[in-house]
Ligand binder design. Sequence first.
Ligand code: ATP
Ligand code: MG
Length: 346
Amino acid sequence: MMFKNPRRIASVIGLIVGLTNGLSMYLVFWLQGQTPQAVNLMLFAVGSGIVTAVIAESMIKQFMHVKLTRIYKALNNPEKYRDDMLQDAKELGRVDMEVTMWVRRAAVEMTSLRAQDTIRREFIANLSHEMKNPVFNIQGYLLTLMDGVEDAAQRERFFKKASRNVDRMIRLLRDMDVLAHLESGKLTLEQSPYGLKQQVLDAMEQMEDRLEHAGIQVHLTLPDTLDDRVMADKQRMEQVLLNLISNAIKYASENKPELHIQLIDQANRLDLVVKDNGIGIAQDDITRIFERFYRADRARVHGKQVSGTGLGLAIAKHIVEAHDQSITVAAELGHGSTFIYGVPKA
Ligand code: ATP
Ligand code: MG
């Protein structure tokens, strides 16, 4: 078995410590919004790994030396060391068990480190993908404009398109900033009492043009008898609601699109239900839509690409959970989606 060799055990310990140190260092820098130099990171990881491995090897050898000396003495004089031998046999059994347990724990840790590494790699790949399109678009329009565009209307159109792409990048950076703050727990909620019905009405007013343009029939169920006072971060909760309404518009049905918003009284919270009869979500995607950057089928709707970064629901989930509430979805492909989230009562 590979773990009977002290050098191998020490190397594995060194490898794990080196990897953990490297990753931790990277995370510390990343959370502070900085990027560490790859060379420094590697040197740090390898250095700490080697030092740990050397110390671990000498400690294991020392431990084995003591044990072997006792066993050797016992074998030479069995009568004198009979009790010691029994004790040693028990102890060796215990050590064997401890090492086995330790190896199991180390294997679990390695798996979790690998999973973290995959998430990090996917995140960077998604980010560069999202940044690439607007930057290349802007570059294309600017180069064309610099070459000179005769037609004034055409020129105007290119400027507008470049500006729209700048807006898209700003939106992406703003969303990422919010998400980074939420994930690092740095964003403190500004909770205050307010009325949830009014928040729904305000959101509808903000989205009025888009809803009308998409021909969506809106149904609001905001019972008069319901006490709608909640205690939450009003602005952030509005962001959640606006993203859900915006999604219902973006992923609406071509045929008689509808949007239902309903308030339901629960024990110590109010549930807000946002339901559409749009394109729905495939079962495989349902578990993933709250991940950052995740977009089902890169969000193609009726054969057309729909704009978005896939950060809306990730942000919404963080905001709702920061209020100790949850957000859930029930959906079926082709049969609409229903999102429900809780808001704590005042
Ligand atoms: P962003 O909100 O960042 O502008 P987005 O709307 O694509 O972009 P999310 O709001 O996070 O991103 O939604 C993630 C994905 O979940 C969407 O891309 C879409 O595939 C799916 N989705 C969300 N809401 C709905 C809905 N009401 N109907 C169908 N699919 C939806
Ligand atoms: Mg969205």
